[in-house]
Design a protein around this ligand. Structure first.
Ligand code: PMP
Length: 337
């Protein structure tokens, strides 16, 4: 018989698949690391289990304790799965702009979700930051993983994603391309691959236009899970050889192509990463092996990226009169008709 003892044991060990169509005309082998094969559907399962393991080992998380984290997305799902399997409670604090589907997903795993108003200052007691800090103080046995500053976030990739890629490519990987959010993936995986290859592997970060990693000023963008308006501690500034900025339009157009042409229904940050990887691949030769990491699946984006109306509203599908992101945001805020 072959089985895992718990769903937590199924985290990691995700497959690589060659991109066959979107790479047409390019010389290198381009491989995608498909992280939606993780049990929670994203790369974030990896950091969840390692952050919890470390907190158990240090005593920061005691039996029956409560995990409190301000997250609405993939990290929440990973933490919820690990918590449920090990008998912890989970409270996630989300801003009210988060979709009901995301809140429902976290509740489906048995987590508690507290929704906070977006339209208040960070120091307001109702803000998402204030509420999560208060919950950590008030709940007995509360522990906050803090993925932006927790060294176990990059460490999880140093110990899992990096070695997997080195082994799966038999050490032939020449370029590692990945989106940057907290910076955990690029910092941990990139450092491992640099060490394993004696510095030969080039590490390329991909960032939404407007975000800090590619020199932006925090201007808004729509792709989710990547880009920041501050420099998180989880991000190691010494690892990336290069940062490529990709627009929302290019990210979403490529996300749709991955579903239609490669059979990979993935999220918007995956389209962004692939768009960046193809730009890198354009200048490489047949001996190069480019690996691009795809963080999550596309089911959570059906009403946005995969919805023609939504795409057209933002001008991402060619339709006359399509607005810019700024126009649509301004219209929502009432400052434009
Ligand atoms: N894409 C998605 C959808 C994510 O949820 C995340 C995690 N924030 C990333 C990309 C970026 O990964 P990291 O935080 O490791 O930089």
């Amino acid at each position: 018989m072959e089985y895992a003892d718990s769903v937590v044991d199924l985290i990691g060990g995700t497959p690589l698949v060659r991109l066959r169509t979107v790479t047409e005309g390019l010389a290198p082998l381009v491989l995608a690391k498909v992280e939606y094969f993780n049990p929670g559907g994203s790369v974030k399962d990896r950091i969840a289990v390692r952050m919890v393991d470390a907190a158990e080992a240090s005593g920061a998380l005691q039996p029956g304790g409560t995990i409190v984290e301000p997250t609405s997305g993939n990290t929440g799902v990973g933490l919820a799965i690990v918590a449920q399997q090990r008998g912890y409670s989970c409270v996630f604090v989300c801003p009210d702009k988060v979709s009901q589907d995301k809140v429902n997903t976290l509740r489906a795993y048995g987590a508690e979700v507290v929704v906070c108003p977006t339209a208040v200052a960070p120091e307001d007691p109702r803000s998402y930051y204030s509420v999560s800090d208060r919950l950590v103080r008030e709940r007995p046995g509360a522990w906050k993983p803090d993925q932006y500053a927790n060294p176990e976030n990059p460490a999880s990739h140093y110990h899992s994603t990096g070695p997997e890629l080195w082994e799966q490519t038999a050490g032939r990987i020449t370029h590692f391309v990945t989106g940057v959010g907290t910076g955990g993936t690029i910092s941990g995986t990139g450092r491992y691959l640099k060490e394993a290859s004696g510095g030969r592997v080039r590490v390329v970060g991909v960032d939404p236009e407007g975000s800090v990693y590619s020199g932006g000023d925090g201007r808004p963008y729509l792709v989710e899970g990547v880009g920041e308006d501050f420099w998180p501690e989880a991000y190691d500034k010494g690892v990336a050889d290069e940062i490529v900025a990709v627009s929302d339009r290019d990210s979403f157009v490529m996300t749709r192509r991955l579903a239609r042409e490669e059979g990979l229904l993935v999220g918007g940050s995956c389209g962004m990463a692939v768009a960046g990887a193809l730009r890198v691949a354009e200048r490489l030769g047949p001996d190069d092996v480019v690996v691009v990491l795809l963080p999550d699946g596309g089911r959570g984006y059906l009403s946005k990226i995969f919805n023609d109306e939504w795409m057209a509203d933002y001008g991402f599908l060619s339709r006359p009169g399509g607005a810019t992101v700024g126009d649509v945001l301004a219209r929502k805020e009432g400052s434009l008709p």
